[in-house]
Design a binder for this molecule. Structure first.
Ligand SMILES: [Zn+2]
Length: 429
């Protein structure tokens, strides 16, 4: 496909107008002002539109779409114990498969090309990812409330089978990460053994860190160390790691995160809604930490509207620290794209450059909320709506265009998720 007359955000997040972008197979093979000599099978007239890298959702629990709006205005513990855990207890594979597809459809609508996920029934998630054509770093969340070795845990064996069966499958679209749920749902032996396993196979890690003040302070009481210091002391950050939230991290923690190259996945909407706090993005960036953006689950968000997430990411610290100069639009776009791809171990995507994968989105600039355009980056971060995204392409394939899906039967997915949700609610009565 050849995009012509289109405005782009280039690899340095600079705006360029009237450009040609050529896509052959799964890669970008031309970017320029001049029309390329090569012939492309399809021409896309990009007048009034903008092309940029797709978004990388760096922390999610995609199948939890089934619990969207199920429990609201509750304190975290009450919400988990009265709503989420009982519902999850009744989940089954088919429900997770359709819940994942619903989440993927919503992700594509909002420009997300790749997601870092933590959940269970991962075989069913893998199936949904393969069929839909998106990218995903899938991790089977591991908890351990016993003194068992990890080798005696079903969740560990599921991780191992997933890794052996699907890591780098589908031309690298699928990556299998090892996923420790959190410090407070495991013990030192589990963390240490998982860290050793990861180092042995070279897998990435995905873990929740310092989401609430309570969690952070309890860890200090238990181990005499913050969650970052504790997990690091056991080797958990020795391979590519995504640490979700990191709201309550301290100065020494920030130094460790930067030192170890850990990606912090900040989830501003979920954090604000659950009143967990605001991650100190300016501090993390100033110390050289790779900062990305996540939605967390739609049970606590309640959408995968990444344009909204980017805006909250950009403005939360302004309010919290009473300084409107903090977190620039460029920093927000960078976190949503390049830094997210890096956190997922995907060095072949996340920006527009020749030779990289064509994981792209097209935005409609002829919407009233997008005019006039003094600065396109400012408009994308502060004025755009998720509905301005008119195309999402992954590995050179158009998966979403003008409200239509090319790989997902959305009516069937909506019908099946309704059926499965009602089925689960029935079992809870
Ligand atoms: Zn989470």
């Amino acid at each position: 496909m050849l995009f012509k007359n289109i405005t782009i955000l280039d690899e340095n997040i600079q705006v360029k107008e009237n450009m040609y972008i050529g896509i052959t197979n799964d890669k970008i093979d031309y970017i320029g002002k001049e029309e390329p000599k090569k012939k492309y099978d399809e021409i896309y007239d990009g007048s009034g539109k903008a092309l940029m890298s797709g978004f990388f959702n760096s922390h999610a629990h995609t199948p939890m779409t089934l619990m969207r709006g199920y429990g609201e205005n509750m304190a975290l513990q009450e919400w988990l114990e009265q709503r989420i855990f009982p519902f999850e207890d009744k989940l089954y594979g088919k429900a997770v498969y359709y819940g994942t597809l619903l989440g993927i459809a919503e992700s594509l609508k909002f420009g997300i090309v790749s997601t870092t996920d933590m959940y269970y029934f991962c075989d069913d998630m893998v199936k949904a990812v393969i069929e839909s054509g998106v990218k995903n770093n899938i991790g089977r969340g591991i908890t351990n409330f016993t003194d068992k070795d990890i080798y005696d845990l079903d969740s560990f064996h599921e991780t191992k089978e997933l890794y052996n069966g699907y890591n780098n499958a589908e031309n690298g679209r699928i990556k299998i990460d090892v996923s420790l749920h959190a410090e407070y749902t495991s013990n030192p032996k589990t963390v240490k053994q998982l860290a050793e396993y990861m180092k042995e196979i070279g897998a990435g890690m995905h873990v929740h860190v310092s989401e609430t003040k309570f969690e952070h302070e309890e860890c200090k009481k238990r181990h005499g160390l913050t969650p970052v210091q504790y997990l690091n002391s056991l080797g958990l950050f020795d391979t590519r790691t995504t640490a979700a939230h990191c709201i309550w991290v301290e100065d020494e923690d920030v130094r460790i995160l930067a030192d170890k190259g850990v990606t912090v996945a900040s989830c501003p909407v979920s954090n604000m809604k659950l009143a967990s706090g605001v991650c100190n993005i300016p501090l993390l960036l100033s110390k050289g930490v790779n900062v990305a953006i996540g939605t967390d689950s739609v049970a606590s968000n309640n959408s995968l509207n990444f344009i909204e997430e980017i805006k909250f990411f950009a403005i939360a610290n302004k309010e919290k620290r009473m300084n409107p100069t903090l977190v620039t639009p460029k920093e927000a776009i960078c976190a949503a794209t390049i830094s997210g791809a890096k956190g997922q171990g995907r060095n072949d995507t996340g920006k527009l450059a020749v030779g990289l994968k064509a994981d792209l989105i097209v935005l409609d600039l002829m919407q009233p909320n997008m005019r006039p355009i003094h600065n396109l980056t400012n408009n994308i971060v502060y004025s755009a709506s998720g509905n301005d995204i008119v195309m999402t392409m992954v590995d050179g394939k158009v998966l979403y265009k003008n409200g239509e899906y090319t790989t997902i039967d959305i009516e069937k997915v909506i019908f099946e998720t309704e059926k499965d949700t009602n089925n689960i609610l029935q079992k809870l009565k």
